[in-house]
Design a protein around this ligand. Sequence first.
Ligand code: FAD
Length: 384
Amino acid sequence: MLKAIIVGGGISGLLSAYHLLHSGASVVVYERRVTRTPHRHCTGIVSKETLERIPFASKHTLQKYNSIFFYINGYTPFLELYSSSYFAYRINRVEHEEKLQEVLLSKGVDIRFGHEVISLVKKQSGWVATIRDWLRKDLYRDEPFNFAVIAEGFSGRIAKRVGCDSTSIPLIGLQKDYKIKGLIDEHALYIYINPTVLGLGFAWLAPIDTHKATIGVATSLSVSPARVLEQHVTKFFQRSLRAFILGEESQLYGGIVLMGYPQKVIGVDAVCLGDAVSMVKSVSGGGLYAISYFSQMLPQVALQYDNATMNRMAKLLNQLKRQYYLKVLLWQGINNFSFMLSKVIRWRTIRIRLRSNSYFDEHEKILPGFIFETLKNMLKGKLH
Ligand SMILES: Cc1cc2nc3c(=O)[nH]c(=O)nc-3n(C[C@H](O)[C@H](O)[C@H](O)COP(=O)(O)OP(=O)(O)OC[C@H]3O[C@@H](n4cnc5c(N)ncnc54)[C@H](O)[C@@H]3O)c2cc1C
């Protein structure tokens, strides 16, 4: 029988435990956080398909969206993506992780909070872990496991030790919930891109309802993200959406928003997933799409390597790599040309109807439509 150690009890570790358990494996999850309450860091926006792939997520939705407005260095939207149906959902990540923990614990999964994996070494008998117990303040060794799942989140220290590898650019992401009065459409997402102020990052306004929204920022520049949020981003959204911030509804929360892609996710009797190997959609920093997909494949990867699973996995990893390069190209393009273009062309918002709701995850598929609509705008004689 497969006996797996899971390093990290965030969303990647919990979903891995869930799927391995259902395939009959025995799992032990080590989570360094002392409390059971999950760390609040993520906005929780996912596509409809991702929502449906994550067990219990649909029970924890906060809002749904059918359009996204992109602002590039200006107060009128540059691009609107829309659909007649809802294609993105926001989930309460803390409540959802608590639900997953509850289900796993009720099925007898051993989740050890306050236990940090210090090292993981492959012996002939299997993986032997050295654990620091933060509650009892001691170190101990755990019995050999025949499979290891590394879901430790960003830094990927243990992931590298078991032979996994990735390319990552960490951005600092911070957000806050605000009480708002204004013209915001509660079913629209608002994204603001300005490489001069935010570098490779971006800012977002994600409504919770018509009077409440989360405003956040992710930046690659060495500036204080909290200051950029307060002094630039909130002002930007107030002006562009003609909204007023009436008060704060939360403290600042956030963490590392990654750009990158996994290079190697399978070691000998080990698999790495999630932020540990930059398993993210680089354009948005969203991790849940690939985590939900990859964790479903884990039992096949761990128990029997079949060609169909390996092909699906390779397809996903290639997609993430393409999205990384797309992001780098897009941001370079915006950085170099948006100011020039705004001087030459009187932009009207480019509106693109999503041909499939899955394009929310498959960003690269929007590109041809975007180029076509941009050229159409230019040829329609909007030159000064
Ligand atoms: C501001 C912000 C907004 C975001 N918004 C979105 C969004 O809207 N949509 C989306 O899809 N994604 C979003 N993301 C990204 C998403 O949150 C991450 O991709 C996802 O949470 C990664 O999950 P993970 O389980 O891989 O890592 P983590 O959530 O970091 O979990 C790793 C866990 O491992 C534990 N751990 C680490 N080392 C050890 C060790 N040695 N031993 C034991 N335990 C260990 C940690 O304590 C932690 O609990 C956002 C991220 C941020 C910061």
